[in-house]
Design a protein around this ligand. Structure first.
Ligand code: IMP
Ligand code: MG
Length: 173
């Protein structure tokens, strides 16, 4: 399956970075409960690994938004396909993203979620691809900055494949 994938970030480097982010969050939110919100499906692997390294109490919820179809290019349209199960008012929310690319998804999610009045709100993303940004959007923490290449693995897909790769790689065209 992986013969046309070139490794960009190894599993070791990813997990090491996530462990350090988990420690940082644990210190920052001492005495509080962190409410992680994962954006399905891409953020699932990142969110699980991150949650294992947070030592303060953690609750979780998920949202799903429409993003890329089966092509490698963004549609630019963002729609909430699955909303949260629980209200977030008064909670310490951390939105967990797989990648911030054009910024369209995050900018919509930030607006929608901040309007629900969480007590605090921040965004952590596994990857940031700043060269492709179309809208300015605040990202509090990014594990890795990647160049303008289509990447897969660690939750990220190409036409729903490759999410289960334990590393981040580039699909060779
Ligand atoms: P946006 O362009 O910032 O709105 O990114 C929306 C979504 O597109 C991300 O959450 C990913 O699911 C997907 N995406 C963006 N770039 C890539 C990539 O390089 N590989 C796989 N999915 C991507
Ligand atoms: Mg996504």
């Amino acid at each position: 399956m992986a013969q046309n994938i070139e490794v960009m970030i190894t599993e070791h480097d990813i997990n090491d970075k996530i462990a350090r982010l988990g420690m940082k969050i644990s210190k920052e939110y001492e005495g509080k409960t962190v409410h992680l919100i994962g954006v399905l499906k891409g953020s699932v692997f990142f969110m699980c690994e991150l949650a294992k390294h947070i030592t303060v109490p953690v609750t979780m919820d998920f949202m799903m938004v429409s993003s890329y179809g089966k092509s490698m290019t963004s549609s630019g349209e963002v729609k909430i396909v699955k909303d949260l199960d629980e209200p977030i008012e008064g909670r310490e929310v951390i939105l967990v993203e797989d990648i911030v690319d054009s910024g369209n998804t995050l900018s919509v999610l930030r607006g929608v979620l901040e309007a629900r009045k969480p007590s605090s709100f921040q965004v952590v993303t596994l990857l940031d691809k700043p060269d492709r940004r179309e809208v300015e959007v605040k990202v509090e923490y990014s594990c890795f900055t990647v160049p303008d290449e289509f990447v897969v693995g660690y939750g990220l897909d190409f036409a729903q494949r490759y999410r289960n790769l334990p590393y981040i790689g580039i699909v060779k065209k």
